[in-house]
Structure formats: C-alpha cells, structure tokens
Design a protein around this ligand. Structure first.
Ligand code: AMP
Ligand code: GLY
Length: 424
C-alpha cells in the first residue's frame, strides 16, 4: 500500500514511524513533512488544505491511503473532496467528512450534539454578535471563573478562562466584535468544571472502535502549569487516575453514546476521535472533541501500540475494524517537547540542531518544526523536537526521557523540566 500522511509535525512523524513498521506498506509520503519524516519516506511540497495539490500528488504517486494529521483539512472537507472525485474515490481516507469534523470545527455544534445524545458536558449557551446583553445576563447566572469559547477554529487560542465578571464582559464584547475573526462571531459560554484533565483517543470505523492508550497533556509553557498556553509541552501515557472504574464510565457514558449519536445523525465516521475530558470527582465530562490525534499526545500514545497501525487504518477505512487485532503494552511513555526560545510568542527559526542521532540510540526522537538546510537539521517552528522515553515505571520513563532531552541541543532550546512529575 502507498500511504500519504498529511501534516508536518511531531504527530505526523510519530504516525509515520508506526506505519513504517507495517508489512503492508510499500511507499510512504508526507505532505509537507519535516526533516525527521524525510528519513522515513518522501516529503512532498504542498499544503493539505489545497485540495487540488493533494489530488495531483495522490494520482502521481498512486496513493492508496491518505492519513490526515491536523484538523484544518478535515474541517475544510478534504474527505468529501476525495470521496466525490471520480479519479480519487478509491483512496482510503483516515479522517472524517466535513459534517462530522464540525465536532471540532464548531464548539456550538459539538455542544448541541452532546446535549442531543445525553453526553455529559458543562452547561452552556451560545451567543451571536447581536446578543451581548443576553450573554451578560447568562454570565450573571454563572459563578467565576467564566469560560468563553470562540465557536470556530482559532488555532488553540479561542478559549478564555477569566476570574473577574467585568473582565469577562469586556472580553466577551471583544470576541463578539471579532477578536478571533470569524471564529468568535459566535461565543459559547459555559460552566467551569473543576477536576483533572485527560485525553482519551479512539480509532473508529463508525461502528466499532479501538480504545488507544489515554494520555495527559501539559499545555502551559512553564513548570507548574504557569504561563501562556501552547500547543502542548509534553505528554504522559498511561495516566494513573484513569483506572478501570473511570474508563468504564468513559466508554458507556461518552465513547459509545458519541458513536451511536454519529450513526443516528447520519454522519459516518472513519478516523480518530480525541475526547478532551475532565474527571470531576470520578465522573467524566467532555471538554472538547477533536477529530484527529493530539500533538504531543500521539508521540506518547502510539509508541505503546503493539501490532500493525496500518492494518488498523485499513480496518477503519473498510468498516471491519472489529476483525483487527489490537493491544498495547503496559509501559509508561513520557514525551518532552523542545521548543524555540520565545515560543508561544515570537521566536527565531533556522537554529542548527545537534545530538539527534545520539539521542535516537535509546529514545524515540520525533521531529516537529524542523527542516534540512545545507545538510544540517535546523529549527523551523515553535515546537521543534519531541523526545519520548519508555520504561516499566513512570519514574524510570521520566529519567529516560530527560536523559534523551539533554543530548539534543540548539540555540535557545527550551523545555519544561516537570513533565510527568505531578503524576508520581
Ligand atoms: P478547549 O480548547 O475547549 O479544550 O479548552 C482549552 C482548555 O480550557 C481546556 O484544556 C481546559 O483546560 C480549559 N477548559 C475548557 N473548558 C472548560 C470548562 N468548562 N471548565 C474548566 N476548564 C475548561
Ligand atoms: N495537545 C492538544 C491538541 O493536540 O489539541
């Protein structure tokens, strides 16, 4: 099988690393990929949101399967484009069609879906640009902190959690006036949930699913969960508080009603569903749906998978996931993200990265924002390298990972030193 993985971050490198181990694989391509994926396959120029470019590559390289890493092409309808094109409709796509991708593309749509199918989530109301006064009335009924969410995709920046009522009203006004462009033309206001967060992932063919290992993500830039929000500074899998009693509730109250809801609403689904959950006194609530894997969670989750990921993808695409073998090992995986100095605000690119092959001897080293330049690997983004270490205990996995992290160097390299330590 020839496979194209759309995207170019650590998540896509980690998916590629696993797919590359499959006996079913002939040729592997990435679009656009990075310096790490270039060692696994061929990097193709282009933007996965430009469907005609994708089409040219799919035809030219005789691609059998497209695995879509990020959400934007899915929300824009890449799966529909391929299914509706006479020359492409044989291509298997891992990722949902536009209708179901709205679970991530519109927070209000996701909330309505959850309410319709009795899936536990924070109470909410949605307001449009003319509804400021009504929205303030609703805010008055809530206790602080106030949770304001831009309805649409806002590159991970569209959620504000605000302590003061006055400040919440001001932010709300700015959001409705277009602070996040079209994305905040509607704003979801919801009740604040207190608990511990975790991420749960499934791969589904729309009927059956495999439950992948759960993970905890570290979103803030600084130790102790301080500072600005980022795409993710690290991840750990498994998460001890996701015990079997809790996970049973996740399956029966969240995963299964979500899949049944998709069927009832006539939204066939192929691909990953990422449930962003809050554990509130032992009960799971959905904070958000994503229609893809998480980054950097993928770099901690997929290394724990046993067996053939490409076979699972094929099962998902053909609707016979139930026949696929699936298991994962019980090791701990800890991932630390090495980022550019200044990230998530302004940062410089083009810094030479050294120590990668040394680190790769005992660790998994996934490239995020990197590229090759004059025979050297240089930084090319905010998040640069993800190092994953694995061991039978959390402590050993943490030590192993930081041993790898210390080997990788570039000017201004920045990372959190506390990944996983709160879970001990
Ligand atoms: P989202 O983009 O919806 O995942 O929100 C970003 C982050 O905001 C989440 O990871 C949570 O940490 C936090 N958050 C979102 N909604 C809530 C809520 N209702 N209660 C508490 N925290 C929330
Ligand atoms: N790490 C969070 C995400 O991928 O959305």
């Amino acid at each position: 099988m020839n496979v194209l993985i759309a995207g170019g971050g650590g998540r896509e490198h980690a998916i590629g690393h696993k797919v590359n181990q499959s006996s079913k694989l002939d040729k592997l391509f990435f679009m656009p990929g990075n310096a790490g994926t270039a060692a696994l396959g061929v990097n193709l120029n282009g933007n996965p949101e430009k469907f005609e470019d994708v089409k040219q590559h799919l035809l030219k390289h005789d691609i059998d399967m497209l695995v879509v890493g990020p959400e934007a092409p899915l929300v824009a309808g890449i799966a529909d484009f391929i299914a509706n094109d006479e020359e492409l409709k044989h291509v298997m796509v891992i990722g949902p069609k536009k209708a179901a991708a709205r679970l991530e593309g519109s927070k209000d749509f996701a909330k309505q879906f959850m309410n319709r199918h009795n899936i536990p989530t924070a109470a909410h109301q949605t307001f449009g640009s003319g509804d400021y006064d009504k929205a303030v009335d609703f805010l008055k009924t809530l206790k602080p902190p106030y949770v304001l969410k831009a309805d649409g995709l806002a590159a991970g920046k569209g959620v504000l959690i605000i302590n003061g009522f006055e400040k919440a009203c001001n932010e709300l006004k700015e959001m409705l006036a277009g602070k996040f462009g079209e994305a905040s033309g509607s704003v979801v206001i919801e009740e604040f949930l207190t608990g511990i967060e975790l991420s749960v992932f499934v791969l589904t063919d729309g009927k059956d699913y495999v439950l992948l290992p759960e993970a905890k993500d570290y979103k803030r830039i600084k130790e102790g969960d301080k500072g600005l929000n980022t795409g993710g500074m690290g991840a750990v899998s498994p998460v001890a508080f996701a015990d079997s009693t809790f996970m049973k509730k996740v399956k029966s109250r969240i995963i299964e009603p979500t899949l049944t809801g998709l069927v009832k609403d006539k939204m066939p689904y192929t691909g990953f569903i990422f449930f962003g959950l809050m554990n509130v006194n032992g009960d799971p609530y959905v904070i958000e749906y994503n229609v893809r894997m998480g980054d950097p969670e993928t770099e901690a989750v997929l290394p724990r998978l046993k067996g053939d990921l490409l076979e699972l993808f094929e099962g998902a695409a053909k609707g016979d996931l139930v026949r696929c073998k699936y298991s994962h090992n019980s090791d701990y995986a800890v991932t630390v993200m090495l980022v550019s100095k200044g990230y998530p605000e302004a940062y410089e690119k083009g810094k030479e990265i050294t120590g990668l092959s040394e680190a790769a001897k005992k660790h998994l080293v996934f490239h995020a924002g990197t590229k090759e330049s004059n025979g050297k690997v240089v930084s090319n983004g905010g998040r640069v390298i993800a190092v994953t270490g694995m061991a039978g205990s959390l402590d050993d996995a943490i030590s192993c990972t930081y041993d790898g992290v210390a080997r990788v160097e570039f000017e201004g390299v920045t990372y959190r030193t506390d990944i996983g330590r709160d879970l001990r």
